[in-house]
Design a protein around this ligand. Structure first.
Ligand SMILES: Cc1ncc(COP(=O)(O)O)c(C=O)c1O
Length: 420
């Protein structure tokens, strides 16, 4: 069982991970010569083979209450992060369908993690990669993307209505039009994004045997949809808790400027599987910072905005459910890229993020339109804000710079998987 209860990393057999390139695909990388002795440690013939089979770490005291805790799935153990899984899968599927021709350019909007995955897919399958991002990208992340061969475009100003995300997606559409034959994965609406995470769910089942609750962050909705739907099939009573950031529109709150990257959105991605969620938690940036920093000091394994927000929520869930409940929480990446934000005292001071511990339990609202939330809050009424007038009724606030008010999901964006 690939689980650990202390930070010492357990060995994992990674060679058969979901990223293993199929032999029939013309990969850009060559294989080692035949006849070498079999490796005894985790080994792979391509970097894509190192994706998946990530470890689990028990997070109990002192982060959690005495006798309570949860299992953290450490997706930061992938070469780039959780999005290695979906980048490889979306590219493989598009190549299989003939939407992405050998050697054609991949162009995508990303806040960073998918960019690293696409760079990995580009190296693996031999595609040039262009990523479009915004000035919030950490300098280190920009450097890493370029080092791994990606061309990085940074949009200079937000779209007046659709915010940074709309501005990025508009630039993607321009770049796709300018490069005949190029292909945009459209992670926000491409069903292959969610399907890519089935392997993560199977790993959790093999590692934990029984799972009573799943805590997942939501950005494009990909990993929550993929992992949650498979686990619900195994465990029909599974409780699925979604974690978003304050100021995000995904679950029906009005848009507001957001510091947190990865989770949250200013559009309504169609990959979000609203039916799966029993409840959603909105977490504020200072609360996520507190949790990520405390995790680092107490348990060594940590990450950034989404890891902090997920951990805070999972800790509360562990204190709330019966002690024997088995809770899995997905940590999408590790801490490295957050050295200049979450783990930087000057940055956190400048943004008012250094505070004492957040409350032990969230506030509660009955439905997303009840009020605009600005700190950790939960809501058990989860619905697609675009599904009907009732879903967003009674909303307050809005009008923030990143607000997509009146913007349909995906408006102005390239169509899923369409090669131009
Ligand atoms: C660090 C991080 N956490 C969480 C998420 C949200 O994952 P998803 O897009 O699968 O909803 C992302 C997405 O980019 C991410 O990069």
């Amino acid at each position: 069982m690939n689980t650990v209860t202390t930070p010492a990393r357990a060995g994992s057999a990674a060679a058969a991970g979901p990223g293993s390139a199929p032999a029939a695909s013309p990969a850009a990388l060559s294989c080692p010569p035949a006849g070498l002795p079999a490796a005894t440690a985790p080994a792979a013939t391509t970097p894509a083979g190192l994706v998946g089979n990530t470890p689990l770490l028990w997070v109990g005291e002192p982060f959690a209450d005495p006798g309570r805790g949860f299992w953290a799935k450490l997706e930061g153990a992938n070469p780039g992060g959780i999005k290695d899984r979906t980048a490889l899968h979306m590219v493989r599927a598009a190549r299989g369908r003939g939407e992405l021709a050998p050697g054609a350019r991949i162009v995508e909007s990303t806040s960073g993690t998918l960019g690293l995955g696409l760079a990995l897919a580009g190296v693996t399958y031999g595609h040039p990669v262009t990523v479009v991002t915004d000035p919030g990208l950490e300098p280190m992340m920009g450097g890493l993307l370029a080092a791994h061969g990606a061309e990085v475009h940074v949009v200079e100003r937000p779209h007046p209505v659709g915010g940074w995300q709309r501005a990025r997606r508009d630039r993607v559409a321009e770049l796709v039009a300018a490069h005949p034959g190029s292909w945009c994965p459209d992670q926000y609406n491409n069903p292959d994004n969610a399907a890519a995470y089935r392997t993560l769910a199977y790993e959790l089942v093999a590692q934990l045997g029984r799972i009573d609750a799943l805590v997942v962050s939501v950005g494009t909705g990909g990993h929550s949809a993929g992992v949650g739907s498979v686990l619900r099939g195994f465990f029909p009573a599974l409780k699925v808790v979604g974690v978003d950031t304050t100021g995000s529109t995904i679950f029906g709150q009005p848009a507001a400027p957001r510091l947190m990257r990865g989770l949250g959105s200013s559009i309504h991605p169609r990959n979000v599987a609203y039916d799966l969620f029993d409840e959603v938690h909105w977490v504020a940036a200072d609360e996520a910072v507190w949790a990520a920093r405390r995790l680092a000091r107490c348990h060594y394994a940590t990450g950034g905005w989404s890891v902090g927000a997920v951990a805070l929520t999972a800790r509360w869930l562990a204190a709330t459910l019966p002690a024997e409940a088995r809770i899995a929480a997905v940590f999408p990446d590790g801490p490295q890229r957050y050295a200049s934000t979450v783990f930087s005292d000057p940055y956190c001071r400048e943004h008012g993020l250094l505070r004492s511990a957040p409350p032990h339990r969230p506030q509660v609202i009955a439905h997303p339109g009840e009020r605009t939330v600005t700190s950790w809050t939960r809501c058990a009424a989860v619905a697609d804000p675009l599904a009907g007038p009732a879903a967003g009724a009674g909303r307050t606030g809005g009008g923030a710079p990143d607000a997509p008010t009146g913007t349909a999901a995906g408006a102005g964006a390239p169509r899923t998987g369409v090669r131009r």
